[in-house]
Design a binder for this molecule. Structure first.
Ligand code: AMP
Length: 283
């Protein structure tokens, strides 16, 4: 494995791999790897000839009052994990290498970005779509792997690839959780011991919602009851959103008529944690 910081050099190598007929797999990340990241990397390793993973804390997907400057980083540890997991190239450019001073082109997927995280982070998904498109153009992957932990991101990237005819397959992989149910996240390090103790209720609340949904409750009631669940079990948490949406279009559902996605974002101390649950009705 080697680390590459130059976008032009990565693209040059990728053109060579392509010409050699090698299947390139890409795993974009912001670093501070945990088992969630590694699950994507391991899956990709099984399905490609050349595996590129990126570690880049993309500034354009952070809002002005978010945690960009404090986002956890440990590139040395990430590189050791990447090497162990069979990554061929770890792409870790600087912000200036990825965004020239005159950068002025953006990708928007307005409908998919209208709700959930897009509502509380208005410029977030424009930054995500743009950086992922740039990474596609640099690594020229046959497929790229993303976690269902960021379900809306996955839906957005699928829409981008469909609408712009990008020659990349988007692969989604399941959420990796701690043994108590908390979804793994680089941001979990922000939690105090007390916050960490109550954080598994984020997932438990979604299970509570899913149980009620399977018993026939409709979205308004599901949201009301689960909001009360969070208020009771995570009294120090601040609900950013809790919603029931169409899993593909990410639009709120009023009356359940097929599979749904329940999604939550909750602020707990310094962390804003997200989680979701796909609820299948077996139709
Ligand atoms: P991040 O570094 O947080 O931007 O995440 C990089 C990729 O890892 C994204 O595709 C995330 O959806 C995915 N990911 C993050 N946490 C998890 C998790 N707990 N389980 C599965 N995938 C994850």
């Amino acid at each position: 494995m080697y680390c590459e910081t130059s976008p032009a050099a990565l693209q040059h190598s990728a053109l060579t791999w392509r010409a050699q007929g090698r299947v390139v797999g890409l795993v974009p990340t912001m670093g501070y790897w945990h088992e969630g990241h590694l699950s994507l990397v391991r899956w990709a390793r099984e399905h490609c000839d050349t595996l590129v993973a990126s570690v880049f804390v993309n500034p354009t997907q952070f809002g002005p009052n978010e945690d960009l400057s404090k986002y956890p980083a440990d590139l040395e540890r990430d590189a050791a994990l990447a090497q162990e997991a069979g990554v061929d190239v770890l792409f870790c450019p600087t912000k200036d290498q990825m965004y020239g001073p005159d950068h002025d082109t953006w990708i928007n997927v307005p409908a998919v970005a209208a709700h959930l995280c897009g509502r509380s982070r208005p410029t977030h998904f424009q930054g995500v779509a743009t950086i992922v498109c740039k990474l596609f153009n640099l690594a020229l992957p046959a497929f790229a792997v993303f976690g269902e932990k960021d379900w809306q991101q996955l839906a957005l990237l699928r829409a981008m690839v469909r609408d712009l005819n990008l020659p990349v397959r988007i692969e989604g992989r399941p959420i990796v959780r701690e043994s108590d149910g908390l979804a793994m996240s680089s941001r979990n390090v922000y939690l105090t011991a007390q916050e960490r103790r109550v954080a598994p209720h984020i997932h438990a609340g979604l299970k509570f919602l899913a149980d009620a949904a399977r018993k026939g409750a409709q979205p308004a009631e599901l949201i009301e009851r689960t909001t009360a669940y969070y208020a009771q079990h995570i009294p120090t948490g601040q609900l950013d959103y809790l919603d029931v949406v169409d899993p593909v279009r990410i639009q709120p559902v009023q009356t359940i008529g097929g599979d749904i996605l329940a999604a939550v974002a909750l602020r707990l101390g310094k962390a804003r944690l997200i989680d979701n649950m796909y609820i299948s009705y077996g139709k």
